[in-house]
Design a protein around this ligand. Sequence first.
Ligand code: TYD
Length: 175
Amino acid sequence: MERPTEPYLVPTTERRLHAPHGRRATDARSHVREGVTGCRIVELPRVTDPRGNLTFIEAGQQIPFRFDRVYYLYDVPGGESRGGHAHRQLEQLVIAASGSFDVIVDDGVNRERFFLNRSYYGLHIPRMVWRELDDFSSGSVCLVIASDPYEEADYYRDYAEFAADAAAERGEAAA
Ligand code: TYD
């Protein structure tokens, strides 16, 4: 495939949305910014409207997994960070529903930082990726669509344990 001029920005699908009542719908042009950790930015559909814009997510359509749970972080005090864990099986889409924040992701080898500041972009985080969230703007809301119900047994809370299991999955012998 030809390399895009803008790094990691790949137009994937294009379809016109049905816009009833004469409202204007944007092209659901899905741009994917794929990072080195397997995480990627998904551009969600937008129905723009003078009365306020609307974005929707349908299971199995805009994101590559079915979901059982939605949760959100809010009232995060300045300077605080959240996350600091990885999941054995769970995958997630993280959206800055309001305001902005950074998501630092780490697959045990590579580490990268995504800046989220639009309610129509989601960061897809696959399983076995360590994540931390920081630099929350005042009043920001972090909306998370999660593939599975909450289950503490699915968490890695210890980075060394996560990194060892991630290395084993890559077929690397324990250090
Ligand atoms: P957690 O995912 O550990 O967030 P962070 O890593 O940012 O601290 O969740 C914090 C607490 O909230 C955890 O002790 C359990 C609880 N919790 C639920 O009960 N249900 C949920 O869906 C989530 C995400 C957390």
